[in-house]
Ligand binder design. Structure first.
Ligand code: HGY
Ligand code: MN
Ligand code: MN
Length: 430
């Protein structure tokens, strides 16, 4: 019998003991409480936006956690943080997620994965040495909340986002991601010397809250992710003529906001035709933004996501074509900018298989599922074998102060992550 198959066949089921689960749960809850003190938003939830003080404060806490565990900690020039166990020159098993949030976001999106990584490392350090170096990573600027473009930290450090592109990405105030990073003492110009080299990394694993309801509805406590939805992100600007709201007859108006409302409704109707495609307008701005003035300009974001790469682009194009018709019919100017376009990503088969075998061996109810949300694993996975473990989100709520998950589920996920690392460590890739 081949060695690998023998190893899988003889792997003893490794259920977690109630004592161990409650110990990890207490540690998870304590870490979550500690990081929850950073970036609270008076409007509710948390707003640790990309390249802001609160995101950097969260990375400082990451460094303190690493030092407290005696790990080698460091930060790269775009602000990703690392905590390394051991000095093996072997390729690394990297685990982690992100610490930034959306505006008034939740306490678990990204954070749960970084907390779980520390718990998994703690579990592994007590056992036999791993063949590979174990390294925790917290990516910077994963959310598109500030710059619309997501996963800036992971894309930049894996060579999928260039320095010139970093100087083109702007927030609503016109600040570039490059200047925002430098304003926090980071040095993107130096990153070219730090780009990850695929042969240095054995695999990357990310635990994340599901942000959907599949696990909860199925009564499952662990998800193994097989695919991550793609995203096309546009900014649509309609230009008309600002005018007096009282003296301008309806037929003579050139109102970009009414046109935008028709396009937004069309986007909803179009995406609703397809089960695995969604379209969202999360931000809209009008100028001069005055109650007694017909707007002169309306600008809105459009986020189209799908697990079907062709459908993702077809729906985006259909909405843009409709916008062209509406704008022409109302004698409005129209500008459409594509800020981000990433295809759906299938996570590496052998990593999924090892993670699935791992969770099956623990006797935990699980599901294999797709992710409608984007993740750093979908970026790193373009170069490095990557896998994802989900834990349930209550009510599927996320990107909201009401986002919540059970620390016990995150603890169980940490245990499965640790067991998965041990299996993947043995996987004969390098
Ligand atoms: O927006 C997303 O897909 C993820 O939460 N970054
Ligand atoms: Mn996330
Ligand atoms: Mn998110």
């Amino acid at each position: 019998m081949p060695v690998l198959l023998a190893a899988i066949m003889t792997a003893a089921p490794a259920e977690i003991s109630p004592t161990l689960l409650s110990r990890i749960t207490r540690s998870v809850a304590a870490r979550l409480d500690e990081i929850a003190r950073i970036g609270r938003d008076p409007r509710g939830g948390w707003s640790r936006l990309a390249f802001t003080n609160s995101e950097r404060d969260a990375h400082d806490l990451f460094q303190r956690w690493g030092v407290a565990l005696g790990l080698d900690v460091h930060r790269d020039s775009i602000g990703n943080s690392y905590a390394r166990l051991g000095h093996s020159t072997q390729p690394a098993v990297m685990i982690g997620s992100h610490l930034d949030t959306v505006v008034t976001g939740g306490a678990y999106d990204g954070t749960a994965g970084v907390v779980a990584a520390f718990e998994a490392l703690n579990l592994l350090r007590d056992g036999p040495d791993l063949r590979h170096r174990l390294e925790i990573v917290a990516f910077a600027a994963e959310e598109g909340a500030r710059f619309t473009t997501p996963c800036i930290g992971s894309r930049f450090i894996t060579g999928q986002l260039s320095l010139p592109a970093l100087k083109e990405i702007r927030d609503v105030d016109g600040i570039t991601a490059y200047d925002a990073a430098r304003s926090r003492g980071l040095d993107p110009d130096r990153a070219q010397t730090e780009v990850w080299r695929p042969l240095d990394v054995h695999c990357f694993l990310e635990l994340h809250v599901e942000q959907g309801q599949v696990l909860e509805a199925a009564g499952a406590r662990i998800g193994i992710v097989e695919a991550i939805a793609g995203a096309t992100r546009l900014v649509v600007t309609l230009t008309g003529a600002a005018a007096h709201s009282g003296t301008t007859p309806m037929p003579l108006r050139k109102d970009p906001l009414v046109a935008a409302s028709k396009i937004i409704t069309f986007a909803e109707e179009t995406a609703s035709r397809y089960a695995r495609t969604v379209a969202t307008v999360g931000r809209i701005r009008v100028t001069p933004d005055s109650p007694t003035t017909i707007p002169g300009e309306a600008t809105f974001s459009l986020d189209v996501r799908s697990l079907d790469a062709i459908r993702q682009r077809e729906v985006s194009a259909e909405i843009v074509r409709y916008a062209e018709v509406v704008a022409a019919g109302r004698r409005l100017g129209l500008a459409v900018r594509v800020l981000h376009d990433q295809s759906p990503h299938m996570l590496h088969y052998w990593v999924r298989q090892e993670l699935t075998a791992t969770v099956a061996s623990t006797g935990t109810p699980y599901r294999v599922l797709a992710s409608g949300a984007g993740h750093d694993a979908g970026v790193v996975g373009h170069l490095i074998p990557s896998g994802m473990i989900f834990v349930p989100s209550h009510g599927g709520i996320s990107h909201s102060p009401a986002e919540s998950s059970d620390p016990a589920d995150i603890a169980l996920g940490s245990f499965v992550l640790a067991q998965g690392i041990r299996r993947l460590d043995e996987y004969p890739l390098t």
